[in-house]
Design a protein around this ligand. Sequence first.
Ligand code: SAM
Length: 293
Amino acid sequence: MEISVLVSEWEGHRLLDTGDGFKLEEIGGVRMVRSEPKAWWSKALPESEWNKAVAIHEEAGRDSRWKLQGNCPKEWETKLGQLRFQLRFMDNSKQCGVFAEQSPHWKWVSQQKQTGEQRPRLLNLFGYTGAASLVAAQAGWHVTHVDASKPAVAWGRRNQELSGIAEAPIRWIIEDAMTFVKREVKRGNQYEAILLDPPAFGRGPNGEFWKVERDLAPLLRACRDLLSPQAKFLLLTVYTIDASSILCHNLLEETTKGLGGKIDIGELALKQEGNGRLLPLSLWGRWSGKGLA
Ligand SMILES: C[S@@+](CC[C@H](N)C(=O)[O-])C[C@H]1O[C@@H](n2cnc3c(N)ncnc32)[C@H](O)[C@@H]1O
């Protein structure tokens, strides 16, 4: 079994330093400091470099806020080819709108170009602010984007407009992922591709509690019924610190039993400038159906 490390090459993001539980980054040109539970080693750059950050994420118990300095914008933009993503600092969120380490998957999805008369259908579960949905729509897929958060879905729509692809076929749905998938199974709807980027914990819009180690396997089992006979891929990322990419393999093997195709697994990482150190951020697993083997 081979474990492939995919490293982001997206120029919208720079990882300047990591260590002592923190990371120093620039996203869309704005330098920021956030906690990073996976940075167990020591910082490489002097404090003077870290002090140049204009946004610092401060955590106090379950609350958190961004401390902005100088002329740091609260909202700004970054781009990926023709696509535009709005970035934003918000209280009680360490995230500001994109997960840069996902960019190798965006690239891979963009390479799965669809040119037939009828667009194949792609379901993006836990889609957040829509980066993967926009990439897929641009590559010719008919996209169904599902997320429990109304603000995240509104943000995704805004990114679609900013990107100048307002007409691209993306259905934006605010829903609990499991509830949506079960309903789709009942309706007999199917998809040629499914993306899943589940958090460790989450809440559906009606308070449905999501816990990855308990709920991911049943969700994948339900997703199997959504795969059409022409299914091309199912791509999963897992950020939970004590999981493993072998776990992703086993889940996908179970989910796609009897369907043929192949399974690839690995990690997603960001490369630190200067010393080339890799910051591991996520595990991934991908089943490719016969059409794409
Ligand atoms: C982008 S994913 C998180 C994966 C991420 N990369 C991480 O660090 O864990 C998180 C998204 O899942 C959504 N979410 C959480 N619980 C959900 C649920 N039960 N159903 C659908 N979406 C949910 C959140 O609103 C958020 O946009």
